[in-house]
Each structure stands twice: as C-alpha cells, then as structure tokens.
Design a binder for this molecule. Structure first.
Ligand code: FES
Length: 577
C-alpha cells in the first residue's frame, strides 16, 4: 500500500506524494527550501489556498493578506496550508470580456487542485468571475472545499451622494451625455467611488455570487456582506482555515453540499436580494459540473413568487455596508425561512437552518420583512417565444413597471460596433416606445458573452428625460446595471437563433407577466430570412478563442464548454517521475 502510486490507496490523497521512498524524499527536499520543518510532512492534511490575487484584479488586491489569516486557522487545527495562484479574472480590465475566460480559469483551478497534493481547498474569490470559475473547477474535483469571499468595498460618496460601484458609472455617464457633469467632475467621482479594498459594493455580480456561495452552503455564515477591510473579514478567513481541516477529517466533499436543494435555496435567496442575472448562467454551469439537474425553468418557478426584500443598488438605495449592518444573508435567510430547504447541509457540518437559527434583521429599511417587501417581484423572469425558443431572462426588480407589458417597433443593431456608430446619430429613427435589439453579443458571437445588454439609450431620448426603454440582446448585463433589459436570448444570433432574423420595423411583444417574447413576423417570412442569413466568421482559428467558440454551450445551459460538464473527481493514478 505504502508504495502505491494511486491516490485512492491512501488515507489522504496528499500522502501519495510524501511517501517514504525516492519520490517522497525528492518532494520533501524541494519543499524544505522554503523552511518547512519535518513535522509538516507527517501525514497531516494539506490544505490548498487557491488565490486569485493579482494587481490586474483590484477587487482581489488584498487576498495575500486574507490568505495569511486562513493559514493561521489551518495551522491551529494541525493542517499544513499551501497557497497557490490561479488565473485571476478582472471584470474591469480583461478584454474582450472576463466571461470569455471563466471556463479557462475553471480548467486551471480543476487541474491545479487535482494535480497537486492537497486534501482540502479554500477558494479565495471576489471579483465577479473569480467566484464561479473557482467553484466550477473545484466541483469537477470534488474534494472538501470552502469559499472565502474578499468582501465588498466601503460605501462610495461623492458630493453628499451615496455612490455605488458600476451603478453610478452608468448614472454619471448619462449625466455627462446630458451635460450635468464635466470630465473634471468624473475624475473626482472615480476616487470617491472606489476608496478601499474589496469588490463592487452594490448588489452587483460579485456581491450576488458571494451571497450565492453563502446560500449554497459552501461558505461560512456572513461571508457575503462583511466589508473587505472590516477586521471581521479576516476573522472569518481565520475560522475558515480552522474549519477546512475538520472538513477533510469528516470527508465533507463539495458533492455532499452542492445538492439540488442547495441550488434551489440559492435561487430563492437570489430573488430575495434582487441579485444579478449573471447568477443564472453561473449557477447553471456549477450545477452542470456537479451533475445536478438545474434548468432555466427552475429559476422561473422558484423566483416567481419571491419578493425582493433588499433595498440595495442597483434596484434600491443602499450598499453592501448597510446590508452587513442590517444582518446580511443570515437575516435574509431568516426572513424567507418558510420557503427554504432548511435541512440542506453546509460546510459547517450543520444545516442552513441551524446555521441561521439566531439570525435577526436589524434594519427593515435595508432588509424589508417578507410580508412587507421592498418590491413584489425579486426573482428572475424567464421569457420564451419565437424570438427566444430556449429562453431569455429579465430582472423585474430592475425594470420599469410600465414596460413589463409592451409592444414596440424594433430598432436593430447588428453588432456592438454598429450600435456605437449609430446610437447618437440625430437621424436615427427611434423614439421611447421602440424596442432596441442588439445582436452578436452571445457566448459564441462576441465571443465571450459580454455585459453590454444594458446598452445606453440614444442621447436624444435621454435629453427628453426618458431613462428607460426595452432593450433585447443575446448579451449579459452587469449586475450593477438596471433597466428593462431582456438578456441571454437563446439561441444567440451567432448560433442562428431567431434574434439573428429581426429587422428594423418588425413589431415585438414583451409580456413579462405572461412570460412571452414574440416577434410579430410570419413563419414564412422568417424562413425566407433564415435562407438569406449567413453565420459570422469565427474571430480566430487558433488558441483558446477557437476552443471556446467550438465548444461553448448556449446561455440556457450556463455557457460552459461542453466537454467540461460533469466531474471526474480528484484521483490520480500515475507518478510524475
Ligand atoms: Fe470587480 Fe465589480 S469590477 S467586482
């Protein structure tokens, strides 16, 4: 047994690396060049700390410090922590879009976990895509896993106004278009918006995904909301380090926590917090890795009656700092506990009901009570019809009530470049009753499924004081954005979906209560247009772009690469030398 090369023949998989033989000698020797003492190689659990720190990812800029607190906890419990880097996805800097690389980063995470001697792993996540990419990669390995989020930035403030990441980027840009702000004003506002370590502090995608991992039960209670610079964020990291060692001893693997019940809980919590539409694609992809059967219909079914309780930007007025003071996700869970599967197991070894039994809501202006909600509809609405046979999504809490049922004339942009060129043309034939359609921004089309689905209104409409119009696209939208935007239209234009066939002047009907999206054009005419349609040329014939475009699934399947769906565990049978 002791000289087997197969990790399954050992009590802990890391023991297979540090055997009493030539290979074990070599590994201990090289590891000792960092001052590691003998007793660390006595067969104790080795805990990987998967770090997405990068100076190109400012939201995760404090992660080396957080990792040190995780290490404290691991050492205290008799474990041996080892930190390792993986690809870090910066929402704000990566081009053409961080989402293009979510699946690539998940492959890095999966192979880094499987190929190295670790028995449990802590995932340090923050900026939007760093959460799903790490969870997806870890899910495919299925070892004990605990997520520690980096926490949101402190509130932004500019000239007396509460300023939210992203949300105010759109607002300030509109004010620049209408002449209410100057470039000099914007420069001051930049520093006022991002003034501490942490990720976007609106209920954008980063805060949503931190909330999702808490609701899924793969992070400790209160993980989502503690600000990135609050001392309690570091104490939470310390406690996570302690707990992961126990999880290894209990063999509490990810597959025991990430069950269908856990995903259903997360979808309901997403509705209650008015979370980002991006959670839809990320949770579908995570579920796909775990082999949990989750569909867009689950999102609609579970979100339909879930009110939005949380008064946070972009749907409301507060930010994550107030959300933490009001009780955070534990308080939300306590408000909707009659809806949740309270028996779902979590990384604490207890159920989500037990974890949050004592939770209280300390501020009902930030977290409204369930029976007096902030907005009646919090969940994600899934619309279907001849324009989106496989579905499209909309966030009712961020939409304008008067547009939830509307028929309008299509104004079509064939690509983001076409939109950029014509949107502010004074001769563009558009009014506020039109429905703007943007194509070529889906997973294959851009490529990478960018967050351009909340494309701005024409300047001439904004100048009239109109702030919202229906927009339909195959793109995603930033979780910090707002508006009546139909997103993730599937199949996308580049895959030959009906959205590719929409032309200027067509009439479109959107009926959110009826969950319908209809292009009022005859089947015969659509067939004629389909024969005239040609698929776009792929952006590249080599490298990751090619792999991605050839294999990415549509939005309704989570936009994962087809060959990554499922898990293959953490077993390794062969030696490196
Ligand atoms: Fe990183 Fe928003 S840009 S979380």
């Amino acid at each position: 047994m002791a000289d087997s090369h197969d990790t399954k023949d050992y009590k802990l998989r890391s023991n297979a690396w540090f055997r009493q033989d030539r290979d074990g000698f070599g590994r201990r020797s090289w590891m000792k060049n960092q001052g590691r003492a003998d007793h660390l190689f006595d067969g104790r659990p080795i805990i990987g700390i998967c770090n997405t720190w990068s100076e190109f990812t400012p939201c995760n800029g404090h992660f080396r410090e957080i990792a040190e607190y995780v290490k404290r906890g691991v050492y205290e419990m008799g474990g041996f922590p080892l930190e390792f880097p993986v690809m870090s996805l910066s929402e704000i800097l990566l081009r053409p879009t961080a989402m293009l690389y979510r699946n690539l980063a998940s492959m890095d995470v999966e192979e880094s976990i499987r190929g190295q001697p670790m028995d449990g792993v802590i995932l340090l996540t923050g900026c939007d895509k760093t959460t799903p990419s790490l969870v997806m990669g870890a899910a495919s390995c299925d070892i004990p896993t605990l997520v520690v989020s980096g926490g949101p930035m402190l509130n932004g403030r500019y000239k007396g106004e509460l300023v939210g990441s992203g949300t105010h980027t759109w607002l300030f840009t509109e004010r620049l278009k209408t002449g209410e702000m100057t470039m000099a004003d914007l420069s001051q506002a930049e520093a006022a918006m991002s003034r501490s370590s942490g990720h976007c502090m609106t209920m954008g995608t980063a805060s949503t995904m931190a909330s999702m991992v808490e609701a899924l039960g793969i992070a400790l209670p209160s993980n989502a909301a503690i600000p990135g610079v609050d001392a309690r964020r570091y104490a939470l990291a310390h406690m996570a380090g302690r707990r992961i060692v126990e999880m290894v001893k209990e063999d509490l693997r990810l597959s025991k926590v990430l069950t269908k019940k856990a995903f259903e809980n997360a979808i309901m919590v997403n509705g209650a917090i008015g979370g980002s539409t991006n959670a839809v694609v990320h949770l579908l992809a995570m579920a796909g890795r775990m082999g949990v059967d989750l569909t867009l219909d689950d999102w609609d079914r579970l979100g339909r009656d879930m009110p939005c309780l949380v008064n946070l930007m972009p749907s409301g007025k507060y930010l994550m700092e107030e959300f933490y003071y009001a009780g955070g996700i534990p308080a939300v869970i306590s408000e909707i506990k009659h809806k949740l599967h309270l028996d779902a197991l979590t990384v604490t070894g207890k159920t989500i009901g037990e974890n949050n039994a004592e939770a209280k809501n300390w501020d009902t202006d930030v977290i409204f009570p369930f029976d007096k909600p902030f907005k009646p509809q919090g969940g994600i609405a899934v619309v279907k019809g001849n324009l989106a046979p496989n579905g499209a999504v909309l966030k009712p809490s961020a939409a304008s009530p008067h547009l939830l049922k509307h028929r309008g004339r299509a104004v079509v942009f064939e690509s983001i470049e076409d939109y950029d060129k014509r949107i502010d043309d004074p001769n563009l034939d558009v009014d506020e009753n039109c429905i703007m359609v943007l194509k070529g921004c889906g997973p294959k089309g851009y490529p990478g499924f960018p967050e351009v689905g909340n494309f701005a209104l024409p300047a001439k409409i904004l100048k009239k004081g109109v702030r919202d119009m229906i927009r339909i696209s195959d793109a995603r939208m930033s979780g910090t954005a707002y508006g009546t935007t139909v997103l993730h239209t599937s199949p996308e234009a580049a895959a030959g979906g009906p959205i590719a066939l929409v032309r200027d002047g067509d009439m479109i009907e959107l009926d959110i209560p009826g969950r319908r999206l209809h292009l009022d054009v005859s089947d015969a005419e659509l067939e004629k247009r389909r024969k005239e349609w040609t698929a776009p040329t792929p952006p590249s014939e080599r490298g990751y772009y090619k792999l991605y475009v050839d294999h990415v699934q549509q939005a309704d399947r989570g936009a994962d690469l087809d060959f990554l769906v499922g898990k293959s565990g953490a077993r390794i049978v062969r030696e490196s030398h």
